[in-house]
Design a protein. Structure first.
Length: 336
């Protein structure tokens, strides 16, 4: 299926140097912000406490933040969770009783801000539940759930995340080296790591929270970018077979041009879905959708202007992908 057909090849590789200089500058900027700001890790990685709070009316996130600051918690994260009445509050890591006291203090502050008072109810098994009641006996604020993530668990998740990223990178290199040629594998992994570092650079620059869902988005972008690179590399190999007299540059330009319609359809549909998640999916998957949005945009760019150009500069040639045909011996081995 094609929306349009380009009859004349676009000279992409003619401007490859300019686009790759832009890529290099963007990459260096991303590395700089990662070094300067680091990532704003969520409590899954750093450890901490997550409180799910439900209000009877739409929650005032700014008012909640002010209440937390008044309670002595200035580095908490407040975000909408599901509906307008539900809020997720992430508190920094604290040890033992200090952590429990912080949770109680935060909920008491939120209850007081709604003109209520906290009552502690003890269940038969000894578990205590905090309930907020106002003068009319209503519950303006409900503490629905408390999740604790220890520091050790956070460190393990961080380590496992790095291992997952490394495993994906190694797997991609092996797959491309087997399917195509090692030069293509190197070019593709440079392009894909370029996408990953730029995504991380955006999160470091804007101080967006980096959570497990964002890590999943980064890994998804790696696979997504590889798919686009594979399509282009496959068309390059096909051009080498069909266009015997074409140069490497002509084969690459023809491959990219012939896949443009497919690129527009595929990435356009994917981007519409991701934008829907970004705009209407709520705060829970907001950063996940941001990571995918950035990754898709830069994935298209890197597959065209980075992966193909790097393969060209590494010296890929027809013989790397197509074995030369040996001439048949018509003499039967006899020497005249």
């Amino acid at each position: 299926m094609e929306f349009f057909r380009i009859k004349k090849d676009i000279p992409f590789m003619k401007h490859a140097l300019i686009f790759n200089v832009i890529s290099a500058i963007t990459f260096v900027a991303a590395v700089f912000f990662l070094w300067k700001n680091n990532l704003n890790y969520s409590i899954e990685f750093t450890g901490g406490t997550a409180l799910e709070i439900a209000y009877k009316k739409p929650a005032d996130n700014e008012g909640i933040r002010n209440t937390l600051v008044a309670a002595g918690v200035s580095d908490a994260v407040v975000q909408q969770f599901g509906t307008a009445e539900n809020v997720l509050i992430r508190l920094p890591y604290k040890e033992g009783k200090e952590r429990d006291a912080l949770t109680q203090s935060v909920f008491a502050g939120l209850c007081k801000a709604e003109s209520g008072a906290v009552q502690v109810q003890t269940a038969p098994n000894g578990d205590q539940t905090q309930i907020c009641h106002d003068a009319a006996g209503n519950e303006p604020v409900v503490l629905q759930k408390v999740d604790q993530v220890g520091k050790q668990v956070g460190d393990e998740l961080y380590s496992d995340g790095l291992k997952a990223l490394a495993a994906v990178v190694v797997g991609v290199v092996i797959y491309l080296a087997i399917r195509f040629e090692f030069k293509f594998a190197v070019a593709a992994i440079i392009a894909n790591l370029h996408d990953v570092v730029i995504i991380l650079g955006f999160f470091a620059f804007f101080r967006w929270e980096f959570s497990l869902s964002v890590l999943a988005g980064v890994l998804a972008v790696l696979g997504y970018s590889v798919n686009e690179s594979v399509v282009i590399f496959d068309r390059i190999r096909e051009n080498f077979r069909k266009l015997r007299k074409a140069t490497v540059v002509e084969a690459i330009n023809g491959a990219i041009t012939s896949t443009m319609s497919r690129t527009v359809i595929t990435h356009g549909c994917t981007q519409m879905m991701v934008l829907s998640m970004l705009l209407f999916g709520g705060q829970t998957i907001h950063n996940f959708a941001i990571a995918l949005t950035i990754g898709i945009c830069f994935g298209i760019y890197s597959s065209v202007f980075v992966a193909a150009a790097v393969a060209m500069w590494l010296g890929v040639k027809r013989e790397d992908l197509i074995k030369p045909i040996k001439e048949k011996d018509t003499t039967g081995g006899a020497v005249v």
